[in-house]
Write a protein that binds this ligand. Structure first.
Ligand SMILES: N[C@@H](CCC(=O)N[C@@H](CS)C(=O)NCC(=O)O)C(=O)O
Length: 199
């Protein structure tokens, strides 16, 4: 039995980047997935902050908040830069993409005015794309211009929600974000992960 358990919906959401980070580093973890009904009836009461995802360790300790979890999983897999400027570039990319994801979530869950949300999403995706496009090393898909980091996995997770659930967003127009999505999707360990999944 692995020492770490990840609790999240059987969905992409905030959990997929964490699953991929562990998988890429070959870090064993228990992937506890649940439905909406199971969440309401069983898991919500167990969640340290009443929200998912969270990680539980064998000694009973936990980590909650999706980015904290991602940074931990990615750090175990060598995907968190030590250089402060590089780290700031990753944080910047993750956070502008997260801004867009917050609107995607409203659209996916049918909250608020759809037209307003679509407009807002477009504004935020354009802003995120511009920020990513300004990275120093041109011609390289990764956020830091060098190699895959947790920020790429985070962006992949956010974007996968749009690709899978908001086809009218036409994600390919956001070329820099889409480049990151494609680069992660074609990473050998990620291909291997999706090939090994039965659902
Ligand atoms: N700030 C939290 C937000 C987590 C969050 O909103 N989780 C959603 C699923 S993506 C959730 O728990 N929804 C069920 C609920 O609120 O009851 C994080 O980044 O982990």
């Amino acid at each position: 039995m692995p020492d770490i358990s990840l609790y999240y919906f059987d969905a992409v959401g905030f959990g997929e980047a964490v699953r991929l980070a562990f998988h890429i580093g070959g870090v064993p973890f228990e992937d506890v997935r649940f439905s909406r009904d199971q969440w309401v009836n069983e898991f919500k009461a167990k969640a340290p902050s009443g929200k998912c995802p969270w990680l539980e360790f064998k000694d009973g300790g936990f980590i909650t908040e999706s980015k904290a979890i991602l940074v931990y999983a990615a750090g175990r897999s060598g995907l968190v830069p030590f250089d402060l400027l590089e780290l700031a570039v990753c944080e910047q990319a993750y956070n502008v993409a997260l801004d867009a994801y917050s609107v995607m979530r409203c659209l996916i869950h049918d909250r608020g005015d759809r037209e307003e949300n679509l407009k807002d999403l477009r504004t935020r995706l354009l802003a995120a794309d511009k920020v990513l496009g300004s990275r120093q090393s041109k011609g390289e898909a990764w956020v830091n211009g060098k190699s895959m980091t947790y920020a790429d996995l985070g962006i992949f997770g956010f974007f996968k929600n749009a690709v899978d659930r908001l086809p009218d967003t036409n994600v390919q127009q956001y070329t820099h974000l889409y480049q990151v999505y494609e680069a992660v999707l074609h990473h050998p360990r990620v291909k291997d992960y999706y090939a090994s999944r039965t659902q």
